[in-house]
Design a protein around this ligand. Structure first.
Ligand SMILES: [Zn+2]
Length: 163
């Protein structure tokens, strides 16, 4: 079984454990809090908020989250869809400024089978990519070294947003 251990990453496991310990929805809980480095919420608007992923797949991994709890993309209103895309676009611009990525992955994982970490509350991912960073995919993350902490990334992006 020792080989299996290497298929998991410490922070993804931590994420799963924390998710189980928290009563209610983690993403709904963030809606009720003040934006700040302690919860990594960058800003919010009418229907959605923007938060750093606490357990990122890559440096600068952010999520755009609708305030409304739900997993059904097809039932989202045009207003919410539009706001999610506009924030994703804005965050691409900001991340390009702060971290100069060479590419992005953007999208929604729908359902457990679709790879969603929090399947009950949908969220739009924006993940910066650099050539060669596949070496740092979660599978191999026990040897991965992120160039900066999530808190440092938060501060850099927050600064860029307010300038
Ligand atoms: Zn929720």
């Amino acid at each position: 079984m020792s080989g299996l251990k290497h298929l998991f990453t410490p922070w993804r496991m931590k994420f799963i454990k924390e998710g189980k310990q928290t009563s209610g929805c983690v993403l709904c809980h963030l809606v009720t809090q003040q934006d700040g480095p302690e919860n990594l919420v960058l800003y919010r608007s009418t229907h959605t908020y923007v938060v750093m992923n606490k357990f990122p797949y890559n440096t600068g991994h952010i999520m755009v989250v609708p305030f409304v709890h739900g997993s059904d993309v097809t039932s989202l209103s045009p207003e919410v869809m539009q706001e999610m895309m506009l924030h994703a676009q804005k965050m691409m611009q900001v991340l390009t400024q702060t971290h100069q990525p060479e590419g992005f992955n953007m999208g929604v994982n729908v359902g457990r089978a679709g790879g969603a970490g929090i399947p009950d509350h949908l969220h739009f991912h924006v993940v910066p990519r650099w050539t060669g960073d596949t070496n740092f995919m979660p599978l191999f993350s026990q040897t991965r070294v992120l160039p900066e902490t999530v808190e440092q990334t938060y501060q850099r992006i927050k600064q860029a947003l307010s300038s």
